[in-house]
Design a protein around this ligand. Structure first.
Ligand code: SF4
Length: 252
């Protein structure tokens, strides 16, 4: 798809999602290192679990220096609840130590003053910081309009035919240069919401979706989803991370 056509469709998706879920206004929270650590903790687990493990981590290691100086095993014990604890603990300790070695202290101050792609590449240099993590840090903490793609955004973008990709990192590589800056945050937030409540991995609620007229999921499959859902109980929603039947993207 030509970039100009993709951009036109992104505006269309944004308008319809705003009609479903409302406008979203970005208020950057300013804690870039916190966002970095928190995003590493979100891989392959629910928001509730990653919030809990982040709170436990901050309580156990009140300063970034204390966390950087900890043994990975100590960190692993604190974040065990969130899954993949050994990998995440090693990544967190490693990235904090490297920040301190390279910058003199554990900070990402000044990143927001670089051109946005330079800031993105700078973050991607760190082991354990994939494209989604880098974009989340820039967008949510520093207000730099870089489009993050998680499992929900990836699924919705593929079903809508905006991209044809196998992994969230590939979807992000295609969408990031094209998403207009003024809708970056709103589109991300509303695509995540859409993926969670309507365009779910299993049994999407297509009959409640304003995007159905231009969705590439065939109408016959949408009808089947409706019938199937009619015969199930409410609590049987699809898992948070079982998108498209595929495996988690190793590049976070
Ligand atoms: S019509 Fe169905 S599959 Fe397509 S975007 Fe909407 S909920 Fe998702």
């Amino acid at each position: 798809m030509l970039a100009s056509e993709l951009e036109r469709r992104l505006y269309q998706v944004d308008r319809d999602l705003v009609a479903m879920y409302g406008r979203k206004v970005l208020v950057p929270h300013g804690d870039a290192v916190g966002e970095l650590v928190h995003t590493i903790l979100t891989q392959n687990t629910s928001d509730a679990n990653s919030d809990r493990t982040y709170a436990a981590l901050r309580q156990a290691f009140p300063t970034w220096d204390m966390l950087a100086d900890a043994d990975a095993e100590q960190v692993e014990a604190v974040i065990r609840l969130g899954g993949l604890a050994r990998t995440k603990a090693a990544r967190i300790v490693q990235v904090l130590r490297r920040l301190r070695d390279e910058r003199g202290s554990i900070t990402l101050d000044g990143l927001e003053r670089l051109p946005k792609m330079e800031a993105f590449e700078e973050l991607n240099r760190y082991v354990g910081v994939g494209p989604k993590t880098a974009a989340c840090v820039l967008l949510f903490a520093l207000g730099v309009p870089v489009f993050p793609v998680d499992t929900h955004v990836h699924r919705v973008a593929n079903r809508l035919g905006l991209v044809s990709t196998k992994a969230p990192s590939a979807t992000q590589a295609e969408l990031m240069p094209v998403v207009p800056e003024e809708i970056t945050y709103q589109l991300h937030m509303n695509m995540v919401k859409h993926g969670r409540v309507t365009c779910r991995a299993q049994r999407p609620r297509c009959d409640e979706c304003r995007l159905a007229p231009y969705c590439t999921v065939p109408a016959v499959r949408r009808q089947e989803g409706r019938k199937e859902r009619g015969g199930r109980t409410q609590g049987e929603s699809g898992g948070e991370h079982d998108e498209l039947g595929g495996e988690a993207d190793p590049q976070i």
